[in-house]
Design a binder for this molecule. Structure first.
Ligand SMILES: [NH3+]CCCOc1cc(-c2cn[nH]c2)ccc1C(=O)Nc1ccccc1
Length: 339
């Protein structure tokens, strides 16, 4: 079978369930296209990976798929379906039309403290949940935070995440992530705690939101590493004393002196104007087995028999989750007529 025909068969499998439109993003070994789920009409983002281009990145894809199957949260990009063929892996994900937080910051130069607080509370909510599930993200940056249709943030790219077998208190060794956001202990090759390294990245991210540039930056990699290890940065004059203090508490070179995510959730800066801690529990239904979800299955699929669906991340999972999403958005919950 010539290669191109085999590859076409891979894409044909995807097109059984989804219309595929333009590329909306890319990164290294994958491109992301806008799609539409034929049965529900819902827009999705389809992360497309050609196995022959993956090489040593294949384990990273498997890590991401396994992690996203276990994560269901209002500020984590939802995985609906995984389609694997002999030539491709397709991840069907929640669509975020607002694009990357990175581009949003660039477009506005920098954000006000009030607008930063809205986004930062969502980032803290996502990270507290991800850590509660035993994962460290390890690549937190504004390019990996997308804005959905309601201007809410969704965390993506769990390809570098870690779930230590002994729990998040177990030390990690792999140096990974983007240097400018990486914690000192991580770039110095020391054993580190994933959740503590994530808090450092959140501090760099908070600085980028409030200032519009990075606290530690240099074209020369070694010079950048030295700046991060030293941990010294200048606070621009527009930062409030509260912002300066919170940044200082997150950008502590010694991870044991650094704030924890839990301490962030009710930090005075985070609570300002809200007067309530960050809600980090998942608002998404988490079923291991779906027992006949009345309002979705009966209205749409008229399945009379007792339903016990397990999350296989196949067409059934995608259809159920996309119908649930429609219902949560107040859209009529029905399927498109067969073509
Ligand atoms: N920096 C993000 C570029 C676009 O990438 C994505 C967009 C969406 C998306 C767009 N709309 N809704 C979801 C969902 C997932 C990704 C993604 O995982 N990209 C990626 C990560 C690592 C390596 C290669 C690619």
């Amino acid at each position: 079978m010539p290669v191109e025909r085999t590859e076409q068969r891979g894409v044909d499998e995807l097109r059984k369930y989804y219309e595929v439109y333009e590329t909306i993003g890319s990164g290294g070994f994958a491109k992301v296209k806008l799609g539409r789920h034929i049965l529900t009409g819902e827009k999705v983002a389809i992360k497309i990976m050609n196995k022959k281009d993956l090489g040593e990145d294949l384990p990273r894809v498997k890590v991401e798929i396994e992690a996203m199957k276990n994560l269901s949260h209002q500020h984590v990009c939802r995985l609906y379906q995984v389609i694997e063929t002999s030539t491709h892996i397709f991840m069907v994900l929640e669509y975020c039309p607002g694009g990357e937080l990175f581009d949003y910051i660039v477009a506005k130069d920098r954000l006000s403290e009030e607008e930063t607080r809205v986004f930062f509370r969502q980032i803290a909510s996502a990270m507290a949940y991800v850590h509660s599930q035993g994962y460290a993200h390890r690549d937190l940056k504004p390019e990996n935070l997308l804005i959905d249709e309601n201007r809410n943030l969704k965390l993506i790219d769990f390809g570098l995440c870690a779930k230590p077998k002994g729990g998040l208190s177990y030390e990690l060794m792999t140096c990974c992530g983007s240097p400018a956001y990486a914690a000192p202990e991580l770039i110095q090759g020391k054993a580190y705690i994933g959740s503590e390294a994530d808090v450092w990245s959140m501090g760099v991210l908070l600085f980028a939101l409030l200032c519009g540039y990075l606290p530690f930056d240099d074209e020369n990699c070694m010079a950048l590493y030295r700046k991060i290890a030293r941990g010294r940065y200048d606070n621009p004059r527009w930062l409030s004393p509260g912002s300066v203090l919170l940044l200082n508490q997150m950008l502590q070179v010694d991870p044991k002196r650094r704030l924890s995510v839990r301490q962030l959730l009710d930090h005075p800066w985070v609570m300002k104007d809200y007067n309530s801690p960050v809600e980090w529990y998942s608002r998404q239904p988490v079923y291991t087995h779906i027992q006949k979800p009345k309002y979705v299955i009966d209205e749409c699929l008229n399945i009379e028999t007792e339903l016990t669906l397990t999350w296989r991340y196949d067409q059934t999972t995608a259809t159920y989750l996309l119908l649930l999403s429609k219902k949560q958005k107040g859209k009529p919950v029905r399927l498109r007529p067969e073509p």
